[in-house]
Design a binder for this molecule. Structure first.
Ligand SMILES: NC(=O)c1ccc[n+]([C@@H]2O[C@H](COP(=O)([O-])OP(=O)(O)OC[C@H]3O[C@@H](n4cnc5c(N)ncnc54)[C@H](OP(=O)(O)O)[C@@H]3O)[C@@H](O)[C@H]2O)c1
Length: 255
């Protein structure tokens, strides 16, 4: 591996990494040499993901951490401190979707999406950054945006508001932490084949719309985000801060 992209000696915390894109980032960063801390809500799926990566010879551990619960986040970072694990890279990936017209949307459902995506990204980043700054080490944050950080669609208002917020939170992180040699950037995936999109893939009209609208004429695959995740985690991106890289097959480039 070119030294610019080598993550040997670095430790990455990836939220929501028991499956889907988070697992793919975990596998990708581990293959670039990083030690990886996986985390998710459901222990059984998390343990299975940890075992799968361990069986490939990677250095991984798993922590149950619901990013919508501040006390669980603080507790996890305290456990990491006790175990002597210092986080150099954070991928704020945990997420859910909630589809409903806005006039029917209840506050609790709005709040849950905002808590997991936007507030979770803030809280996990705060805990990691305060430790990086205290120990005078560099650091990398990769937040997960979406096409909805730029464009809206009906029935996903809280997700759209949260993803737009994550884009600006990324810039706030760059503005405050750049002076400490900490970079915060974001990946904006297009429509990628994961559990989150299962219903959309099975919806013939939606599937056809995706394939017709995207210059690539197809859905993306989780492994197609790995290169960007390694780049934004590595020394190769040390002078890039506050940016969103859209990995969308060219979708946002066209009308
Ligand atoms: N797939 C796409 O096309 C696409 C496009 C743009 C952006 N994204 C973003 O990419 C991220 C991952 O999406 P995905 O498609 O991989 O989703 P996914 O397959 O549904 O996986 C979601 C992951 O997040 C975890 N999670 C859910 N709620 C959590 C919480 N409260 N605390 C911690 N972890 C939690 C899940 O763990 P449990 O199993 O334990 O719940 C799981 O590991 C999300 O931020 C999503 O918005 C996805």
């Amino acid at each position: 591996m070119n030294k610019l992209f080598d993550l040997t000696g670095k430790t990455a915390l990836i939220t929501g990494s028991s499956r889907g894109l988070g697992f793919s980032y975990a596998e990708g960063l581990a293959s670039a040499g990083a030690n990886v801390v996986l985390s998710a809500v459901h222990k059984k799926t998390l343990d299975a993901a940890v075992t799968k990566l361990k069986n490939q010879g990677y250095h991984v551990t798993g922590y149950v951490m619901d990013v919508s619960k501040e006390e669980q986040i603080i507790d996890t970072f305290n456990q990491l401190d006790k175990a002597g694990i210092q986080i150099d890279i954070v991928i704020n990936n945990a997420g859910i979707q909630h589809r409903q017209p806005m006039v029917e949307l209840e506050l609790k459902d709005w709040q849950r999406v905002m808590d997991i995506h936007l507030t979770g990204t803030f809280l996990v980043s705060r805990e990691a950054a305060k430790r990086m700054i205290k120990r005078h080490s560099s650091g990398k944050f990769i937040n997960i945006c979406s096409l909805t950080s730029e464009q809206a669609r009906p029935t996903v208002a809280p997700y759209t508001a949260a993803k737009g917020g994550i884009k600006m939170l990324t810039r706030s992180m760059a503005a405050e932490w750049g002076q400490y040699n900490i970079q915060a950037n974001a990946i904006g995936p297009g429509y990628i084949l994961t559990d989150m999109n299962e219903a959309l893939v099975n919806d013939k009209a939606f599937d056809t719309w995706v394939k017709n609208s995207n210059p690539a004429k197809r859905w993306g695959k989780p492994e197609e985000l790995i290169g960007t995740a390694i780049f934004l985690s590595s020394a190769a991106s040390d002078y890039i801060n506050g940016q969103v890289i859209y990995v969308d097959g060219g979708w946002l480039a066209v009308l």
